[in-house]
Design a protein around this ligand. Sequence first.
Ligand SMILES: [Fe+2]
Length: 394
Amino acid sequence: MGNNWKILGSELNDPDVAKGLENSLNGLIIGEKDYDSVLKGLKYPEFLQKTTAEKAGTYDNQPNPGHEKNDKGHLGDPLFKNLFPEGKQIEKFDLSPNFGTEIEGVQLSELNDAAKNDLALFLETRGLAVFRKQDFRDKGPGFATEFGKYFGPLHIHPVSYSAQGYPEIFTTIRKGGDGSRYDAVFQRKSKDIAWHSDISFEEYPASFSFFVALEAPPSGGDTVFIDLREAYRRLSPSFQKYLETLTVVHSNLYQRKAAEIRGQLLKIKDVSTHEHPLVRTHPVTGEKSLYFSRGFIQKIKGLKSEESDAILSFLEDHVTNNPELQVRASHRGTESGTVIAWDNRFLLHTATSDFLQYATGPRHHFRLTVLGEKPYLAEENKQNESENERPRAY
Ligand SMILES: [Fe+2]
Protein backbone atom coordinates (compact mmCIF):
# COMPACT_ATOMS: atom_id res chain seq x y z
CA MET A 1 0.00 0.00 0.00
CA GLY A 2 1.39 3.35 -0.97
CA ASN A 3 0.27 6.83 -0.21
CA ASN A 4 -1.90 7.08 -3.30
CA TRP A 5 -5.05 8.85 -2.13
CA LYS A 6 -6.97 10.44 -4.98
CA ILE A 7 -10.33 12.15 -4.69
CA LEU A 8 -12.84 10.12 -6.70
CA GLY A 9 -13.66 12.02 -9.90
CA SER A 10 -10.86 14.56 -9.56
CA GLU A 11 -9.43 13.29 -12.85
CA LEU A 12 -12.30 15.18 -14.48
CA ASN A 13 -10.33 18.37 -13.91
CA ASP A 14 -8.24 17.29 -16.93
CA PRO A 15 -10.28 18.07 -20.10
CA ASP A 16 -8.78 15.11 -22.00
CA VAL A 17 -9.78 12.73 -19.22
CA ALA A 18 -13.23 14.30 -19.09
CA LYS A 19 -13.71 13.65 -22.81
CA GLY A 20 -12.55 10.04 -22.43
CA LEU A 21 -14.84 9.57 -19.47
CA GLU A 22 -17.76 10.85 -21.47
CA ASN A 23 -17.17 8.07 -24.00
CA SER A 24 -16.68 5.53 -21.25
CA LEU A 25 -19.82 6.54 -19.36
CA ASN A 26 -21.82 6.40 -22.56
CA GLY A 27 -21.31 2.66 -22.53
CA LEU A 28 -23.03 2.35 -19.20
CA ILE A 29 -25.01 5.12 -17.63
CA ILE A 30 -27.33 7.02 -19.86
CA GLY A 31 -26.98 10.68 -20.63
CA GLU A 32 -28.95 13.26 -22.53
CA LYS A 33 -27.92 11.80 -25.89
CA ASP A 34 -29.46 8.37 -25.50
CA TYR A 35 -32.23 9.11 -22.99
CA ASP A 36 -35.11 8.73 -25.47
CA SER A 37 -33.88 5.50 -27.02
CA VAL A 38 -33.23 3.87 -23.62
CA LEU A 39 -36.62 4.97 -22.28
CA LYS A 40 -38.49 3.18 -25.08
CA GLY A 41 -37.12 -0.24 -24.15
CA LEU A 42 -37.82 -0.14 -20.41
CA LYS A 43 -40.37 -2.28 -18.55
CA TYR A 44 -40.95 0.57 -16.08
CA PRO A 45 -40.46 3.81 -18.09
CA GLU A 46 -42.36 5.82 -15.44
CA PHE A 47 -39.24 5.36 -13.29
CA LEU A 48 -36.95 7.31 -15.61
CA GLN A 49 -37.74 11.00 -15.66
CA LYS A 50 -35.07 13.51 -16.56
CA THR A 51 -34.98 16.95 -14.99
CA THR A 52 -36.56 19.51 -17.30
CA ALA A 53 -35.10 22.95 -18.00
CA GLU A 54 -37.97 24.64 -16.10
CA LYS A 55 -37.35 22.54 -12.98
CA ALA A 56 -33.54 22.54 -13.07
CA GLY A 57 -32.01 24.19 -10.01
CA THR A 58 -35.38 24.73 -8.32
CA TYR A 59 -35.24 21.96 -5.67
CA ASP A 60 -33.58 21.84 -2.28
CA ASN A 61 -33.42 19.53 0.72
CA GLN A 62 -34.90 20.24 4.12
CA PRO A 63 -32.91 20.01 7.35
CA ASN A 64 -33.82 17.09 9.61
CA PRO A 65 -33.06 18.15 13.19
CA GLY A 66 -33.96 15.75 15.99
CA HIS A 67 -33.79 12.61 13.88
CA GLU A 68 -31.54 10.93 16.42
CA LYS A 69 -34.52 10.97 18.83
CA ASN A 70 -37.22 10.39 16.19
CA ASP A 71 -35.63 7.42 14.44
CA LYS A 72 -38.29 4.70 14.17
CA GLY A 73 -35.81 2.09 15.37
CA HIS A 74 -36.36 3.42 18.93
CA LEU A 75 -39.89 2.01 18.69
CA GLY A 76 -38.86 -1.37 17.30
CA ASP A 77 -39.25 -4.63 19.20
CA PRO A 78 -35.80 -6.17 19.86
CA LEU A 79 -37.23 -9.59 18.98
CA PHE A 80 -38.88 -8.22 15.79
CA LYS A 81 -42.18 -9.91 16.63
CA ASN A 82 -44.16 -7.60 14.34
CA LEU A 83 -41.84 -7.98 11.35
CA PHE A 84 -41.55 -11.75 11.78
CA PRO A 85 -44.85 -12.76 13.43
CA GLU A 86 -45.07 -16.18 15.02
CA GLY A 87 -46.69 -18.79 12.83
CA LYS A 88 -45.88 -17.02 9.56
CA GLN A 89 -43.68 -18.94 7.14
CA ILE A 90 -40.57 -16.78 6.90
CA GLU A 91 -37.13 -17.90 5.81
CA LYS A 92 -34.02 -16.01 6.85
CA PHE A 93 -30.44 -16.59 5.82
CA ASP A 94 -27.56 -14.56 7.22
CA LEU A 95 -25.07 -13.47 4.55
CA SER A 96 -22.42 -13.29 7.26
CA PRO A 97 -22.57 -13.65 11.05
CA ASN A 98 -21.86 -9.93 11.44
CA PHE A 99 -24.34 -8.37 9.03
CA GLY A 100 -26.70 -8.82 6.10
CA THR A 101 -29.75 -11.15 5.96
CA GLU A 102 -31.80 -12.53 3.07
CA ILE A 103 -35.50 -12.81 3.83
CA GLU A 104 -38.38 -14.59 2.11
CA GLY A 105 -41.96 -14.50 3.31
CA VAL A 106 -42.23 -10.81 4.26
CA GLN A 107 -44.10 -8.48 1.87
CA LEU A 108 -42.83 -4.93 2.51
CA SER A 109 -45.89 -3.28 0.99
CA GLU A 110 -48.12 -4.94 3.63
CA LEU A 111 -46.21 -3.92 6.77
CA ASN A 112 -48.11 -2.02 9.45
CA ASP A 113 -46.44 0.70 11.50
CA ALA A 114 -45.28 -1.69 14.23
CA ALA A 115 -43.65 -3.92 11.63
CA LYS A 116 -42.00 -0.88 10.02
CA ASN A 117 -40.56 0.08 13.41
CA ASP A 118 -39.15 -3.44 13.68
CA LEU A 119 -37.75 -3.15 10.18
CA ALA A 120 -35.92 0.04 11.18
CA LEU A 121 -34.38 -1.68 14.20
CA PHE A 122 -33.58 -4.76 12.13
CA LEU A 123 -31.64 -2.63 9.62
CA GLU A 124 -29.91 -0.86 12.48
CA THR A 125 -28.63 -4.13 13.91
CA ARG A 126 -28.20 -6.40 10.85
CA GLY A 127 -27.30 -3.48 8.54
CA LEU A 128 -28.65 -4.98 5.31
CA ALA A 129 -31.78 -6.91 4.38
CA VAL A 130 -32.44 -8.55 0.99
CA PHE A 131 -36.15 -9.15 0.39
CA ARG A 132 -37.30 -11.42 -2.45
CA LYS A 133 -40.63 -11.64 -4.30
CA GLN A 134 -41.73 -8.10 -3.54
CA ASP A 135 -44.64 -6.30 -5.26
CA PHE A 136 -43.28 -2.87 -4.40
CA ARG A 137 -42.41 -1.78 -7.95
CA ASP A 138 -45.93 -2.51 -9.22
CA LYS A 139 -47.56 -0.29 -6.58
CA GLY A 140 -46.21 2.82 -8.34
CA PRO A 141 -44.04 5.74 -7.24
CA GLY A 142 -46.71 7.33 -5.03
CA PHE A 143 -47.02 4.25 -2.84
CA ALA A 144 -43.25 3.94 -2.63
CA THR A 145 -42.72 7.51 -1.48
CA GLU A 146 -45.44 7.20 1.19
CA PHE A 147 -43.76 4.02 2.46
CA GLY A 148 -40.35 5.72 2.61
CA LYS A 149 -41.63 8.85 4.35
CA TYR A 150 -42.67 6.79 7.35
CA PHE A 151 -38.99 6.54 8.30
CA GLY A 152 -38.15 10.23 7.78
CA PRO A 153 -38.07 12.91 5.07
CA LEU A 154 -36.97 11.64 1.68
CA HIS A 155 -33.90 13.07 0.02
CA ILE A 156 -34.10 14.82 -3.34
CA HIS A 157 -30.98 13.84 -5.21
CA PRO A 158 -29.17 16.75 -6.88
CA VAL A 159 -28.12 14.78 -9.95
CA SER A 160 -30.16 11.64 -10.55
CA TYR A 161 -33.07 10.90 -12.82
CA SER A 162 -36.29 10.33 -10.91
CA ALA A 163 -39.85 9.05 -11.38
CA GLN A 164 -42.53 11.02 -13.15
CA GLY A 165 -43.92 13.54 -10.68
CA TYR A 166 -41.79 12.25 -7.79
CA PRO A 167 -38.45 14.08 -7.50
CA GLU A 168 -37.72 12.16 -4.25
CA ILE A 169 -37.33 8.94 -6.20
CA PHE A 170 -33.75 8.33 -7.21
CA THR A 171 -33.39 6.27 -10.36
CA THR A 172 -30.24 4.49 -11.43
CA ILE A 173 -29.78 2.75 -14.74
CA ARG A 174 -27.07 0.87 -16.58
CA LYS A 175 -28.00 0.29 -20.16
CA GLY A 176 -28.90 -3.04 -21.68
CA GLY A 177 -26.92 -4.14 -24.70
CA ASP A 178 -24.08 -6.38 -25.76
CA GLY A 179 -20.33 -6.63 -25.18
CA SER A 180 -19.72 -3.19 -26.66
CA ARG A 181 -20.65 -1.82 -23.21
CA TYR A 182 -17.70 -3.67 -21.72
CA ASP A 183 -15.34 -2.25 -24.35
CA ALA A 184 -16.54 1.30 -23.69
CA VAL A 185 -16.46 1.14 -19.90
CA PHE A 186 -13.15 -0.66 -19.49
CA GLN A 187 -11.27 1.12 -22.25
CA ARG A 188 -9.61 3.52 -19.83
CA LYS A 189 -9.94 1.81 -16.46
CA SER A 190 -9.73 -1.71 -15.10
CA LYS A 191 -12.58 -1.58 -12.57
CA ASP A 192 -15.86 0.22 -12.10
CA ILE A 193 -16.12 0.43 -8.33
CA ALA A 194 -17.13 3.42 -6.21
CA TRP A 195 -17.47 2.66 -2.49
CA HIS A 196 -19.70 5.16 -0.75
CA SER A 197 -22.40 5.78 1.81
CA ASP A 198 -25.39 7.38 0.10
CA ILE A 199 -25.42 11.19 0.11
CA SER A 200 -22.70 11.60 2.76
CA PHE A 201 -22.10 15.05 1.25
CA GLU A 202 -25.35 16.32 2.81
CA GLU A 203 -25.63 17.99 6.21
CA TYR A 204 -28.23 15.34 7.13
CA PRO A 205 -27.07 12.24 5.23
CA ALA A 206 -29.07 9.08 4.76
CA SER A 207 -30.26 6.68 7.39
CA PHE A 208 -31.90 4.02 5.21
CA SER A 209 -31.86 3.32 1.50
CA PHE A 210 -34.52 1.10 -0.08
CA PHE A 211 -33.24 -0.13 -3.44
CA VAL A 212 -35.92 -1.64 -5.63
CA ALA A 213 -35.03 -3.70 -8.71
CA LEU A 214 -37.18 -2.82 -11.73
CA GLU A 215 -35.04 -4.81 -14.16
CA ALA A 216 -31.85 -6.68 -13.42
CA PRO A 217 -29.50 -8.91 -15.42
CA PRO A 218 -30.06 -12.62 -14.66
CA SER A 219 -26.76 -12.74 -12.82
CA GLY A 220 -24.24 -10.09 -11.80
CA GLY A 221 -24.60 -6.38 -11.15
CA ASP A 222 -24.65 -7.18 -7.44
CA THR A 223 -24.38 -4.53 -4.77
CA VAL A 224 -21.51 -5.24 -2.38
CA PHE A 225 -21.48 -3.98 1.21
CA ILE A 226 -18.86 -3.28 3.88
CA ASP A 227 -19.53 -3.17 7.65
CA LEU A 228 -17.83 -0.08 9.08
CA ARG A 229 -18.61 -1.08 12.69
CA GLU A 230 -16.37 -4.10 12.29
CA ALA A 231 -13.78 -1.98 10.42
CA TYR A 232 -13.68 0.28 13.50
CA ARG A 233 -13.50 -2.64 15.96
CA ARG A 234 -10.49 -4.13 14.15
CA LEU A 235 -8.33 -1.07 14.93
CA SER A 236 -6.22 -0.71 18.07
CA PRO A 237 -7.71 1.39 20.91
CA SER A 238 -5.12 4.15 20.66
CA PHE A 239 -5.61 4.52 16.91
CA GLN A 240 -9.40 4.45 17.37
CA LYS A 241 -9.03 7.30 19.86
CA TYR A 242 -6.98 9.37 17.42
CA LEU A 243 -9.44 8.81 14.57
CA GLU A 244 -12.23 9.96 16.89
CA THR A 245 -10.63 13.41 16.94
CA LEU A 246 -10.86 13.85 13.16
CA THR A 247 -13.38 15.62 10.96
CA VAL A 248 -13.77 14.81 7.26
CA VAL A 249 -14.91 17.01 4.38
CA HIS A 250 -17.43 15.34 2.03
CA SER A 251 -18.63 16.85 -1.27
CA ASN A 252 -20.67 15.97 -4.37
CA LEU A 253 -18.57 18.27 -6.56
CA TYR A 254 -17.32 15.56 -8.93
CA GLN A 255 -20.58 13.61 -9.02
CA ARG A 256 -22.18 16.79 -10.31
CA LYS A 257 -19.39 17.36 -12.76
CA ALA A 258 -19.77 13.84 -14.22
CA ALA A 259 -23.52 14.40 -14.61
CA GLU A 260 -22.91 17.69 -16.40
CA ILE A 261 -20.47 15.96 -18.77
CA ARG A 262 -23.26 13.49 -19.58
CA GLY A 263 -25.48 16.46 -20.45
CA GLN A 264 -27.93 16.07 -17.54
CA LEU A 265 -29.71 19.02 -16.00
CA LEU A 266 -29.34 19.10 -12.20
CA LYS A 267 -32.20 19.44 -9.72
CA ILE A 268 -30.28 21.41 -7.10
CA LYS A 269 -28.34 24.57 -7.86
CA ASP A 270 -25.46 24.46 -5.39
CA VAL A 271 -22.64 22.03 -4.71
CA SER A 272 -23.16 20.30 -1.35
CA THR A 273 -20.07 20.16 0.87
CA HIS A 274 -20.29 19.22 4.57
CA GLU A 275 -18.03 18.14 7.42
CA HIS A 276 -18.69 15.00 9.44
CA PRO A 277 -16.84 13.13 12.18
CA LEU A 278 -14.69 10.23 10.94
CA VAL A 279 -16.11 8.07 13.74
CA ARG A 280 -19.83 8.34 14.43
CA THR A 281 -22.25 6.93 16.98
CA HIS A 282 -25.46 5.19 15.93
CA PRO A 283 -28.42 7.00 17.52
CA VAL A 284 -30.36 3.81 18.29
CA THR A 285 -27.78 1.10 19.03
CA GLY A 286 -25.09 3.41 20.43
CA GLU A 287 -22.48 1.54 18.39
CA LYS A 288 -19.51 3.37 16.94
CA SER A 289 -18.39 2.98 13.34
CA LEU A 290 -16.05 4.59 10.88
CA TYR A 291 -17.85 6.99 8.56
CA PHE A 292 -15.61 6.55 5.56
CA SER A 293 -17.67 7.37 2.46
CA ARG A 294 -14.78 6.85 0.04
CA GLY A 295 -16.48 8.28 -3.05
CA PHE A 296 -17.34 11.67 -1.55
CA ILE A 297 -14.42 12.31 0.81
CA GLN A 298 -12.23 15.27 -0.11
CA LYS A 299 -9.82 15.50 2.84
CA ILE A 300 -9.41 15.42 6.60
CA LYS A 301 -10.02 18.87 7.99
CA GLY A 302 -7.10 20.65 9.58
CA LEU A 303 -4.37 18.14 8.71
CA LYS A 304 -1.50 18.85 6.36
CA SER A 305 -2.16 17.36 2.94
CA GLU A 306 0.45 14.59 3.31
CA GLU A 307 -1.02 13.59 6.69
CA SER A 308 -4.57 13.62 5.38
CA ASP A 309 -3.62 11.59 2.29
CA ALA A 310 -1.69 9.02 4.36
CA ILE A 311 -4.57 8.41 6.79
CA LEU A 312 -7.18 8.26 4.03
CA SER A 313 -4.98 5.84 2.03
CA PHE A 314 -4.58 3.63 5.10
CA LEU A 315 -8.33 3.66 5.71
CA GLU A 316 -9.10 2.87 2.10
CA ASP A 317 -6.88 -0.20 2.31
CA HIS A 318 -8.16 -1.21 5.76
CA VAL A 319 -11.83 -0.81 4.87
CA THR A 320 -12.12 -1.90 1.24
CA ASN A 321 -9.51 -4.66 0.89
CA ASN A 322 -10.88 -7.07 3.46
CA PRO A 323 -13.50 -9.65 2.38
CA GLU A 324 -14.13 -10.44 6.07
CA LEU A 325 -15.97 -7.13 6.28
CA GLN A 326 -18.03 -7.67 3.12
CA VAL A 327 -21.19 -9.34 1.83
CA ARG A 328 -22.83 -9.32 -1.63
CA ALA A 329 -26.50 -8.61 -2.22
CA SER A 330 -27.54 -10.18 -5.52
CA HIS A 331 -30.45 -8.81 -7.50
CA ARG A 332 -31.09 -12.16 -9.26
CA GLY A 333 -32.83 -10.96 -12.40
CA THR A 334 -36.06 -9.11 -12.96
CA GLU A 335 -38.39 -11.94 -11.93
CA SER A 336 -36.99 -12.23 -8.39
CA GLY A 337 -38.70 -8.95 -7.39
CA THR A 338 -35.81 -8.06 -5.12
CA VAL A 339 -35.75 -5.08 -2.77
CA ILE A 340 -32.69 -4.45 -0.68
CA ALA A 341 -32.56 -2.07 2.23
CA TRP A 342 -29.66 -0.93 4.38
CA ASP A 343 -28.47 1.51 7.01
CA ASN A 344 -26.00 3.97 5.44
CA ARG A 345 -24.73 5.14 8.82
CA PHE A 346 -22.42 2.15 9.19
CA LEU A 347 -22.32 0.47 5.77
CA LEU A 348 -20.47 1.28 2.57
CA HIS A 349 -21.60 -0.13 -0.76
CA THR A 350 -20.74 -0.21 -4.44
CA ALA A 351 -22.43 -1.44 -7.59
CA THR A 352 -20.54 -3.96 -9.71
CA SER A 353 -20.29 -3.99 -13.51
CA ASP A 354 -19.42 -7.65 -14.03
CA PHE A 355 -22.12 -8.42 -16.63
CA LEU A 356 -21.20 -6.01 -19.41
CA GLN A 357 -19.45 -8.51 -21.69
CA TYR A 358 -22.73 -10.42 -22.06
CA ALA A 359 -25.92 -9.47 -23.87
CA THR A 360 -28.38 -8.46 -21.14
CA GLY A 361 -31.25 -6.14 -20.50
CA PRO A 362 -30.71 -3.03 -18.41
CA ARG A 363 -29.95 -2.80 -14.70
CA HIS A 364 -32.69 -0.38 -13.65
CA HIS A 365 -33.51 0.41 -10.02
CA PHE A 366 -35.19 3.07 -8.01
CA ARG A 367 -34.10 4.12 -4.56
CA LEU A 368 -35.85 5.79 -1.64
CA THR A 369 -33.28 7.61 0.46
CA VAL A 370 -34.39 8.53 3.98
CA LEU A 371 -32.70 11.49 5.67
CA GLY A 372 -31.09 10.63 8.99
CA GLU A 373 -29.49 12.69 11.74
CA LYS A 374 -26.51 14.99 11.42
CA PRO A 375 -23.65 12.56 12.15
CA TYR A 376 -22.19 12.90 15.63
CA LEU A 377 -19.80 11.16 17.98
CA ALA A 378 -21.40 10.77 21.40
CA GLU A 379 -19.60 12.16 24.41
CA GLU A 380 -17.42 9.83 26.46
CA ASN A 381 -19.89 9.16 29.30
CA LYS A 382 -22.49 8.04 26.79
CA GLN A 383 -20.01 5.92 24.89
CA ASN A 384 -19.14 3.90 27.97
CA GLU A 385 -22.65 2.53 28.16
CA SER A 386 -22.27 0.72 24.87
CA GLU A 387 -18.61 0.76 24.07
CA ASN A 388 -17.61 -1.79 21.46
CA GLU A 389 -20.90 -3.52 21.91
CA ARG A 390 -21.12 -6.49 19.62
CA PRO A 391 -24.05 -6.86 17.22
CA ARG A 392 -27.15 -8.09 18.94
CA ALA A 393 -28.41 -11.55 18.24
CA TYR A 394 -31.93 -11.82 16.93
FE1 LIG B 1 -25.40 4.21 -3.46
